[in-house]
Design a protein around this ligand. Structure first.
Ligand code: NDP
Ligand code: 2IT
Length: 444
């Protein structure tokens, strides 16, 4: 057995019942095999991989809060502080009923390599809760956030661990979390990113993940003598990442014909009307179903199946494992040429393998959606300097970061004779900086 296979077997044996974590580790270790083989003695002697797959710390806690009926509710809260080799732990908080330790470990693990790819000094972390913000009043969300932060505040700080948003955590939640941190720690510092613009937030952070996805798509297309203008694009999800991926793709001349949520999907042959979508999602916190009621010519279909729509480019921006083998086959059969992951691990391993073997250019989330956390790191810089940059300046830096990520990923794939294999490229390029830092810092 190779060293990577040994460590994968150990992860499966020692982390039972954590399929998403196993999946993320498998993808990374399989990609790293070519690098590890060349330096096996050193990496083995230092147990580099065993250390890489073991979180530095997992914090898990009770979150009691009172709902609008006066009933005491209890949720689980977590923070996975995965790897601090290249900077303070950095990564989002997810509030969704499906949240468990496996999902947060997979996300924290991915975040290590993603954050490394940004070129900025941020380590990997993730956290969240099985709390479901859907259908809750603002007061209930506030009560939950205050209780969550009362405990979490003991373990985070601007130079220790800096959380941000993810599924179910947007501007409203970050506001309540920041207010409670300040109150219990008596510290006004950049302990969270994605903050409102009146209290230390960065311009463009809201747009950053979606814009970044399309900036890297643009680089990929250029490298293949192609361009976004005139392309038909399918986006999944209709949250923060999806909305701003639609916005940038439309700005660059593509026609985006679909979005979805966990209930169903919209097909709009005339191109998604963003004003309506933003009103439904960002203002009214409604469902995509309402889009078809408001936009003539669009159709709503209950259930899954965005992949049945014919497109050139597919941008999965909802959640993990949303695109499976059947979906991948439908996309390939319909002539889809590019799949760029806006979400974290939205494509199953089998689906990824299938599309790559069938000529689709595939960019994994850890490279494609890194614009969000990169702009979070820019927010941290602005907070440390106590100043704020203009939207143009942040957007320009974001664009530059995405161009550089593409270069690094492309270069690493070519260096190992695997041109266009951006999965291998992203994992190797992300790993190299982290492993150098780990080796330099000794056994820790
Ligand atoms: P939001 O909460 O804003 O939106 C999530 C979207 O995905 C919603 O449309 C939601 O539909 C859908 N969704 C969530 N869970 C499921 C599910 N189990 N099944 C089907 N659909 C689901 O989150 P974001 O846009 O911030 O995040 C989307 C993805 O992007 C996630 O994978 C996240 O980890 C990743 N990401 C986010 C970044 C950010 O800066 N926000 C940065 C990098 C990656 P519904 O309303 O029905 O739940
Ligand atoms: O998955 C991700 O990169 C995020 N949810 C953003 C994390 C961040 O710290 O901005």
């Amino acid at each position: 057995m190779s060293y990577t296979e040994e460590v994968y077997a150990r992860v499966v044996a020692q982390n039972p019942g954590e399929p998403e974590f196993h999946q993320a580790v498998k993808e990374v270790l399989d990609s790293l095999k070519v690098v590890i083989d060349r330096n096996e003695e050193l990496y083995r002697s230092q147990s580099v991989l065993e250390r890489l797959v073991e979180p530095e710390r997992i914090i898990s806690f009770r979150v009691p809060w009172v709902d609008d009926k006066g009933v005491v509710q209890v949720n689980k809260g977590y923070r996975i502080q995965f790897n601090s080799a290249i900077g303070p732990y950095k990564g989002g908080l997810r509030f969704h009923p499906s949240v468990n330790q496996s999902i947060l470990k997979f996300l924290g693990f991915e975040q290590i390599f993603k954050n490394s790819l940004t070129g900025l000094p941020i380590g990997g972390g993730k956290g969240g809760s099985n709390f479901d913000p859907k259908g809750k009043s603002d007061r209930e969300v506030m009560a939950f956030c205050q209780s969550f932060m009362t405990e979490l505040s003991k373990y985070i700080g601007a130079d220790t661990d800096v959380p941000a948003g993810d599924i179910g955590v947007g501007g409203r939640e970050i506001g309540y979390l920041f207010g409670q941190y300040k109150r219990v720690r008596d510290l006004y510092e950049g302990v969270l990113t994605g903050k409102g613009l009146t209290y230390g937030g960065s311009l463009i952070r809201t747009q950053a993940t979606g814009y970044g996805v399309v900036y890297i798509l643009d680089e990929i297309l250029k490298a293949h003598n192609d361009s976004i203008a005139g392309k038909t694009v399918c986006v999944t999800g209709s949250g923060n990442v999806a909305i701003y991926a639609v916005e940038k793709a439309e700005q660059l001349g593509a026609k985006v014909v679909s979005v979805n949520d966990s209930n169903g999907y919209i097909y709009d042959p005339n191109g998604i009307n963003l004003e309506v979508l933003k009103d439904i999602k960002e203002v009214k916190r409604g469902r995509v179903k309402e889009y078809a009621e408001r936009v003539p010519g669009s159709v709503y279909t209950e259930g899954k199946g965005t992949w049945t729509i014919k497109c050139d480019i597919y941008l999965p921006c909802a959640t993990q494992n949303e695109l499976d083998l059947d979906g991948a086959k439908a996309l390939v059969a319909n002539g889809c040429k590019y799949i760029i992951e806006g979400a974290n691990m939205p494509t199953t391993l089998e689906a990824t393998q299938y599309v790559m073997e069938n000529g689709v250019i595939f960019m994994p989330g850890k490279a494609a959606n890194a614009g969000g956390v990169a702009t979070s790191a820019l927010e941290m810089s602005q907070n440390s300097m106590r100043l704020s940059w203009s939207a143009e300046e942040v957007d320009q830096r974001l664009h530059e970061i995405m161009v550089n990520i593409f270069k690094k990923v492309d270069e690493a794939a070519k260096r190992y004779d695997m041109e266009d294999n951006y999965v291998v490229g992203a994992n190797i390029a992300g790993f190299e900086k982290v492993v150098n830092a780990m080796l330099a810092q000794g056994i820790c």
